[in-house]
Design a protein around this ligand. Structure first.
Ligand SMILES: Nc1ncnc2c1ncn2[C@@H]1O[C@H](COP(=O)(O)OP(=O)(O)OP(=O)(O)O)[C@@H](O)[C@H]1O
Ligand SMILES: O=P(O)(O)OC[C@@]1(O)O[C@H](CO)[C@@H](O)[C@@H]1O
Length: 305
């Protein structure tokens, strides 16, 4: 089973406008509510790709109930730990640019934390656990490290997609796969990434510093770099019109895992991952499997080693 862990889920509230003017009343053309949070997005894209997963994390209040109900109706299995406060609402404003306002997290009690920890102690060999997104302020910032060590000790394959302090702590537990985006990698090494070769250099640094098997660095319109012990590859994405970037990175994680489950080669896994990110970037919502398969044929892979 694939488990996705979203410690800080969200109801994503997406509005579109012609232009956003600060300091005045803006009227949206459209509004949309979507289940959000990085692990939940991985589950939604896995579902599109025909893979079953169970979404874990904390959910509470009217927004938590809405989120759980929506996911269940979509056919996604959930086993959220209940909390008292409302799940946060994140606002995504789409105009010429995309502006995101991510809300702070609700409080998580020690009892709720222990309940999730207990779920993780029951994973087993052959399972995959994806830890993705921010860590609520009321939880210890090294919680990913603790949770990854627990799930790893049971033999699960671990994937980590986080940022800042939470990412740094999680890396210490040596996940099997890490998926920073360009900004997260720059933040980790306090560096500037100006091109593909810089991205490969710092991805290699991440791979060797922590001993992580697969480092996938997503680079938005520039595709992604994958570094393993065997070297570095760059995948150039297919051309297309950007419709939505929310969840594109999470879709590339889902594509990576789905390809690995299908025992694809390293090249095939990278192509499928980038195609999954691009299919979502080119769609209103998450990319469809048929689009991913078509786009994967257009991804251009270059060996950087
Ligand atoms: N403009 C684009 N054209 C083609 N593909 C894109 C574009 N933007 C994103 N993608 C695809 O999506 C993948 C992930 O993009 P990105 O690096 O923006 O992820 P991210 O920052 O983790 O996103 P998020 O946190 O919103 O999920 C890229 O590797 C690429 O495959
Ligand atoms: O605040 P975090 O946890 O870092 O990110 C949360 C979030 O921006 O990530 C997803 C896109 O990747 C959205 O669905 C969600 O709102």
């Amino acid at each position: 089973m694939i488990y996705t862990v979203t410690l800080n889920p969200a109801l994503d509230y997406i509005v579109s406008l012609d232009a956003l003017t600060t300091g005045s009343v803006n009227r949206a053309h459209t509004e949309q509510k979507e289940p959000g949070g990085k692990g939940i997005n991985v589950s939604r894209m896995l579902h599109n790709l025909g893979e079953q997963s169970t979404a874990l994390g904390f959910a509470g209040g009217f927004s938590g109930d809405w989120l759980t109900d929506r996911l269940t109706r979509e056919g996604i299995q959930t086993s959220f730990t209940p909390i008292e406060d409302d799940t946060r609402i994140n606002v995504k404003v789409k105009e010429q640019n995309e502006t995101e306002i991510n809300a702070p997290s609700p409080a998580i009690s020690e009892a709720a934390q222990a309940q999730l920890q207990d779920q993780l102690s029951r994973v087993t060999t052959g399972d995959t656990v994806v830890f993705a997104g921010s860590v609520p302020q009321t939880l210890p910032q090294n919680i990913y490290e603790t949770m990854i060590l627990e799930a790893k000790s049971k033999g699960a394959y671990i994937c980590l997609d986080a940022s800042g302090e939470a990412f740094q702590h999680g890396l210490k537990a040596v996940p099997d796969m890490a998926k920073p985006n360009q900004h997260e990698l720059e933040e980790l090494f306090n560096c500037e990434i100006r091109n593909i070769s810089d991205a490969a250099h710092y991805a290699e640094k991440l791979q060797t510093t922590y001993g992580i098997n697969h480092v996938l660095v997503s680079l938005a319109g520039e595709g992604a770099v994958l570094v393993t012990q065997d070297g570095a590859l760059h995948a150039r994405p297919p051309a297309g019109a950007l419709v939505n970037s929310v969840g594109a990175g999470d879709s590339s994680v889902a594509g990576f895992l789905a390809a690995q489950l299908a025992s694809a080669s390293v090249h095939g896994t990278l192509a499928y991952s980038v195609a999954s990110g691009s299919a979502t970037a080119f769609s209103d919502g998450f990319g469809a499997k048929a689009d991913v398969e078509k786009l994967a044929e257009e991804v251009k892979i270059t060996d950087l080693s």
